[in-house]
Design a protein around this ligand. Structure first.
Ligand code: MRU
Length: 342
């Protein structure tokens, strides 16, 4: 996408990842040449955002195998998939992409160009995400046109996907087509994906935006300045419950209190029909130091206990609609999800 560095790129049998931990101050690329480097890059949020980690894992599963015999690939591939899938637990895109790689491997395990087939599959996953994001943008455009004063959380933009984004995709298209929009950007404690990444993206594309700390969102809504809240999601359960960055649940509750529609935008690769409801979703628990510190600076007493659950679950009843590449799903989501996934 114009003006925004790409988060994941396959370059000459290596995986180039934009180091998102360093944005917006530095634009640095990390080059991965081994499976372990990709595992670490996902675990440490060098690459982050549900679709982007799925794409990175698909490429990561074949890293370094270009000169490897078919027998050797068959010997190591299952181990590789199983290692990467444990890098982070909440975003279903990770296991979804790795299962795609597994099926491709299974149907080509006696093909002399198995590496070529696996690479083609990873490229396909990457390209499908590009198309899905564009379609999400088109499908959500009318919503944004009718609700031009938006609020978003975390980063569901270009940096979190192949390009364009999920929640930010309709906003970019609205701006491109000359509609007035304004976005309140939640800073998104503790790792500040809103302040560091979403504000960076929107600024780069001249989308009018205002950064707020997370605890200001309800107040801004009470002032009547928000027409719609739109976020991404890392996993949508079969009943429509949506896991997304910690803090999304309080936004959804506030939005519902003030009668503001709360939308989620995802590619279907983030929908998990095998998970019945939000209570079945594993929530990643990160190190408490993310809360006791702001970057490298400690802001809390040394002995205080701190927790850092990285996601929360918004119950389906608080969600007005789910914008996907195949259209906008509306309640009751159980039925809509079943229909669209078939
Ligand atoms: O911990 P992160 O930065 O990977 O969390 C990302 C989010 O919560 C995003 O909102 C989500 O992945 C949607 S990305 C299009």
């Amino acid at each position: 996408m114009k003006n925004i560095p790409v988060s994941v790129e396959w370059c000459d049998n290596k995986l180039c990842l934009l180091d998102q931990r360093k944005l917006p101050l530095e634009e640095e690329t990390v080059i991965c040449e081994t499976l372990d480097q990709v595992y670490e890059a996902i675990r440490t949020l060098t690459v982050r955002g549900a679709p982007a980690i799925g794409i990175a894992a698909a490429y990561g599963s074949i890293l370094g195998l270009e000169d490897t015999s078919v027998d050797e690939i068959n010997r190591v591939f299952d181990f590789r998939l199983n290692r990467l899938v444990h890098a982070r637990p909440t975003a279903v895109n990770l296991s979804w992409a790795l299962e795609r790689m597994r099926s491709c491997w299974k149907s080509n395990n006696d093909n002399s160009d198995i590496y070529g087939c696996l690479l083609k599959e990873a490229i396909k996953i990457h390209e499908e995400d590009r198309a899905a994001c564009r379609a999400i943008g088109e499908n959500g455009l009318d919503l944004v046109r009718r609700h031009p004063n938006l609020l978003t959380h975390c980063n569901a933009g270009s940096l979190a996907v192949s390009e364009l984004g999920t929640a930010l995709a309709p906003i970019y298209l609205a701006k491109e087509r000359g509609f007035d929009v304004h976005v309140y950007v939640d800073e998104t404690r503790p790792l500040l994906q809103g302040a560091r990444l979403t504000a960076f993206e929107l600024e780069r594309n001249a989308v009018p935006c205002t950064l707020i700390s997370d605890n200001m969102a309800a107040h801004i809504m009470s002032e009547g300045r928000v027409d719609m809240v739109i976020t991404g999601a890392d996993r949508i359960a079969a009943n429509g419950d949506a896991a997304n960055k910690i803090g999304t649940l309080s936004l959804a509750i506030s939005a519902n209190y003030f009668g503001i529609p709360f939308y989620v935008a995802v590619p279907l690769s983030s929908v998990d029909p095998d998970t019945q409801s939000g209570s079945d979703i594993t929530i990643e628990e990160r190190d408490g130091s993310e809360v006791t510190h702001l970057g490298d600076m400690r802001v809390a007493p040394r002995s205080v206990l701190a927790r850092s659950p990285a996601f929360d679950v918004t119950p389906a009843e608080l969600i007005a609609g789910i914008v996907t590449e195949k259209g906008i799903l509306t309640p009751p989501f159980g039925h809509a999800i079943q229909k669209i996934m078939n």
